[in-house]
Write a protein that binds this ligand. Structure first.
Ligand SMILES: C[S@@+](CC[C@H](N)C(=O)[O-])C[C@H]1O[C@@H](n2cnc3c(N)ncnc32)[C@H](O)[C@@H]1O
Length: 197
């Protein structure tokens, strides 16, 4: 199946896109060859509208940031330091443009295959992802299961997954290593929080 990062030869058609999430106005830049290229994904919006913003601070990692809605929203709405990574160079470029347009100085955007570019000693308060289902189960599991090695002791992993994408079996697998809470469910989408407490 095609991956979003097989996009080097795709023509560019970059579009400015204003979006409001929880009273936060964010300008994003969309283009061919990136996930949800014409509008904000329902699952991404649902994730951002559900997570408890009051309890989010410190160091955040957005894995598979795409054109940046999750990391840039959190950079704007919290006083956190936000790292954002992806394998898709075009998506990283769009995230960078949007971070500058929105004048967000608390973001660090870099290329990484899952955690390959994250130093092993780096630990986060929050790791958050709308995982790349199209990349396959191995990559998705690498992102969500290996998050434990990059979280601080009281850190949390937040993710969105759909029922039809295997939410129930993923929850069972997550429960083998984390305390798992389902924060919300709607239209087959699950918002999941994982921690070690
Ligand atoms: C479902 S999209 C979410 C994009 C963005 N966070 C959003 O919510 O719109 C998943 C993202 O993961 C990226 N991705 C795929 N394989 C990856 C990998 N091995 N490591 C990091 N990111 C990956 C894709 O390029 C894509 O941008």
């Amino acid at each position: 199946m095609g991956q979003y990062f097989d996009n080097a030869k795709l023509s560019s058609n970059m579009q400015k896109y204003d979006v409001i999430i929880k009273n936060c106005k964010l300008t994003l830049f969309l283009d061919n060859g990136v996930f949800s290229k014409s509008k904000l994904d329902f699952g991404t919006r649902f994730l951002l509208e559900t997570i408890p913003l009051d309890s989010i601070s410190g160091d955040i990692l957005d894995v598979g940031c795409g054109y940046g809605p999750i990391g840039l929203f959190l950079a704007k709405m919290t006083d956190s330091n936000v790292d954002m990574c992806d394998v898709n160079k075009r998506a990283l470029h769009l995230s960078l443009i949007a971070s500058k347009f929105n004048k967000l100085k608390n973001v660090n955007i870099f290329e990484s295959n899952c955690y390959s570019s994250v130093p092993t000693e780096k630990k986060y308060d929050v790791i958050i992802t709308n995982p790349p289902i199209r990349a396959g189960k191995k990559i998705v599991y690498e992102i969500v299961m290996n998050a434990k090695n990059y979280l601080k002791e009281h850190g949390k992993l937040f993710l969105v997954i759909r029922k039809e994408q295997g939410a129930k079996s993923m929850i069972s697998d997550l429960e083998k290593i984390y305390n798992v809470s389902i924060l919300e469910k709607s239209k087959g989408f699950f918002i999941i929080s994982c921690n070690f407490d």
